[in-house]
Design a protein around this ligand. Sequence first.
Ligand code: SAH
Ligand code: SF4
Length: 435
Amino acid sequence: MNVYDSRKMADVLAPMGYKQIEEPDGADMIILNTCHIREKATDKVFSELGRLKKHKDQGEKEDRKVLMAVAGCVAQAEGDFIAERAPYVDMVFGPQTYGELPEMVAQATGAYGKDRVINTNFDEEDKFDKLPEETTEQGPTAFVAVQEGCDKFCTFCVVPYTRGGEYSRSVKAVYNEILKLADQDVREVSLLGQNVNAYHGLDENGNTASLADLILKVADINGIERIRYTTSHPRDMQQDLIDVHAHHKVMPYLHLPVQSGSNKILKAMNRKHTRDLYFDIIERFRKVRPDIAISGDFIVGFPGETEQDFEDTMDLVRHINYSSAYSFKYSQRPGTPAATMGGLVREEVKDERLQRLQALLADQMRQFNEQTVGLDLPVLFDGNPRPDQLHGRTPYNQAVHVQGNPRLNGHFENVRITGTNGKSLTGELILAEAA
Ligand code: SAH
Ligand code: SF4
């Protein structure tokens, strides 16, 4: 979501003459886009700001004003604190305000006689309307936000407080944005939302569309060959979304976080579902796409997690067989209900559990990747890390490296998968053989 938001900030600023560059050196504006999901986020922001300030100081020496900004959820949650502790920051603004950047920049550059901007307004209905459809996007894959915010209030999570309540964009707004992307040779879109499968946008007839309805509409767009979506919540999983995986443009990949395999911990987390519901959903997906790659998120060491609860998580993982996953130590977030819960798990215990879980998940990832060695898979090339090497992704979202001409960048080619280091794949172009 932050990658998408950063691109949108660049799009809003483009008509003002700003262009995104790779390094802060020589920049006229530096925006630090931040995430607040786990702790130490604020500390990281301050150390990063300290590092970036030297570019502003250098600018001043050269009589050039360098605007410094903090955006994102840390700005939303701790705007005043940042402004106070880092007086050299010119703009602090939250994720709902990016459409107002032109006014904020005008203010920060002194056009209105005032200079500092602190904007943590919460006007989510308007956010997307104020963002341009035109994009500076380059490359064959793109993120598109379709839903934002969350009403679920899992007891560990800051998202409902920093991103606000659930909001879905209209089918038309999403469709138009993707039409433009397709025109710019984008071939794969990832539909984004904090709870993307809670999507309930209005269609052109004023009816509510589900994520599956939206996906089918996007699938009609010429040029868009691959559709992905992330992140889903088990409670919002409807059969129509499962069934839509039969469509050839919908990739055989699902990111469905479960957080814990223990019913007791799931309850304390306010996830409002059981481990059995999770098993049932995965089974239904596998009925439609037996080869589907499953990914997930896990939290270890939630307050009250016993060795048995953790074993329940390990057991769930053993039953599911993940192709990839993200796992985290529980991180206490001020203002969330879990922050005041008893039964804190010691740091060493969290470390040790995380290691065990990650070892199991790494094994499963290796196994999944090994199963694809020997297959011929369509790969969309999205970069060339070296002049003679291409990087791309399989339908299962695995990274592949092959030798090949950079002009294949942005194209689909069939690749014979020849090996894996456990994490990514190597392969050979089949095209070369045919030619
Ligand atoms: N809406 C998604 C998750 C969004 S947050 C869902 O409900 O599944 C992304 C991930 O960050 C979560 O899945 C969770 O694993 C992790 N996370 C969120 N808050 C956390 C916390 N306080 N400590 C550790 N991990 C956390
Ligand atoms: Fe956070 Fe996801 Fe729970 Fe919403 S559903 S509160 S985003 S973990």
